[in-house]
Design a protein around this ligand. Structure first.
Ligand code: PLP
Length: 359
């Protein structure tokens, strides 16, 4: 029987805290589709303030936040968005921007640090004189932190430079900021400054911040008014949504300050993994709460087998490829959990290596 469970699959697995549950139970609510839920109103105003934008809108998920943002900026079908080939929007969001919005994706290679070369971005912008042939470039998307690139932070300098390129060519800039608070904390840059160059940002409340449901998009009043209409079109208008916003409000108050500790635990974890023969982490790439560790060639460890053995012991991790595994830290993983998980991983690796030698 499993006595202890350490869920390292994602920071989406957190459970609402007692304070969140109490806030949800006591939330003052009304019909938000009719525009009269006071808790939603208060939460959105606070998010707009924190992010340094005119307005904000609560949406059910990060995927919907990104979809709405791209569709608002690319409202004419046949528009093109420049985005990373390893970005969440491109890889994991069901191609919604094209299937639902008629938006064409111009993907550029994501570097290991989550950036795209600025020269490549500029070169990818379509020449308007070719309008008989080309889609029209309208938007650039960045992702910060970049999940598939290991939770790496996109720097302020880089973001500002991409913002300048966008401005120079009359384009909009959207940031998938699912984990933008992790980036802000790790870089030591206030979040409103980090996203200053962006026309819109989608922020997840149910990842490292630990709220049970929801994301928020921020931008200008005009952007948010259009976004509100699209949210309704997509079926994302929710009635007494203040119940969810109340939990998100607590998440902001309680958990932004804890992210630094998640990053510290990730570093301890990464160092520990590097002590286990057959495993390798590039510790320099562990900048926030994510770790991608590699199984070294010839180590006789199979990703699937390792994850299965560990699951039997209550340690849950996410295979990332045939030779790598993803671990994500969050506020409900303690330092003691980190050491416990490391000792289970060490034992599982030994077990696999001994079994293979014995065959
Ligand atoms: C970077 C990034 N963007 C967007 C999303 C989508 O969020 P959701 O699962 O709430 O749709 C995720 C989810 O993991 C993500 O990691």
């Amino acid at each position: 029987m499993v006595t202890r469970r350490v869920d390292l699959r994602s920071d989406t697995v957190t459970k609402p805290t007692e304070t969140m549950r109490a806030a949800m139970a006591n939330a003052d609510v009304d019909d938000d589709v009719l525009g009269s839920d006071p808790t939603a109103f208060r939460f959105e105003a606070e998010m707009a303030r924190i992010m340094g934008k005119e307005a904000a809108l609560f949406v059910p998920s990060g995927t919907m936040g990104n979809l709405i943002s791209v569709l608002v900026h690319c409202e004419v079908r046949g528009s093109e968005v420049i985005l990373g080939d390893n970005s969440h929007i491109h890889v994991y969001e069901n191609g919604g921007i094209s299937t639902l919005g008629g938006v064409h994706a111009k993907t550029l290679k994501n570097n290991a640090d989550g950036t795209m070369d600025i020269a490549l971005i500029e070169a990818a912008i379509r020449d308007p004189r070719g309008e008989l042939y080309y889609p029209t470039t309208r938007l650039i998307c960045l992702e910060n932190t970049h999940a598939n690139c290991g939770g790496r932070c996109i720097s302020l300098e880089y973001t500002d430079r991409v913002g300048e390129v966008a401005k120079k060519h009359g384009l909009k800039l959207h940031i998938d900021g699912a984990r933008i608070f992790n980036a802000s904390v790790a870089l030591g840059v206030p979040v409103h400054r980090l996203v200053q160059a962006a026309d819109s940002v989608s922020v997840c409340l149910s990842k490292g911040l630990g709220a049970p449901v929801g994301s928020v998009i921020v931008g200008s009043e005009i952007f948010i008014n259009k976004a509100k209409r699209l949210r309704k079109t997509l079926g994302g208008g929710m009635r007494q949504v203040g119940v969810l916003c109340a939990a998100a409000y607590v998440a902001l108050q309680e958990n932004v300050g804890r992210l630094e500790d998640d990053h510290r635990k990730a570093k301890i974890f990464a160092d520990g993994l590097n002590q286990i023969k057959g495993l390798k982490v590039d510790t320099a790439s562990v900048e926030t709460n994510m770790i991608f560790f590699n199984i070294m060639e010839g180590s006789m460890i199979m990703v699937g087998e390792l994850c299965n053995i560990l699951e039997e012991h209550g340690i849950l991790m996410m295979p990332a490829s045939s030779s790598s595994i993803r671990i994500v830290l969050h506020h409900q993983i303690s330092e003691s959990d980190v050491h416990y998980a490391l000792s289970c991983i060490q034992q599982a690796v030994l077990q696999l290596q001994t079994e293979t030698i014995g065959k």
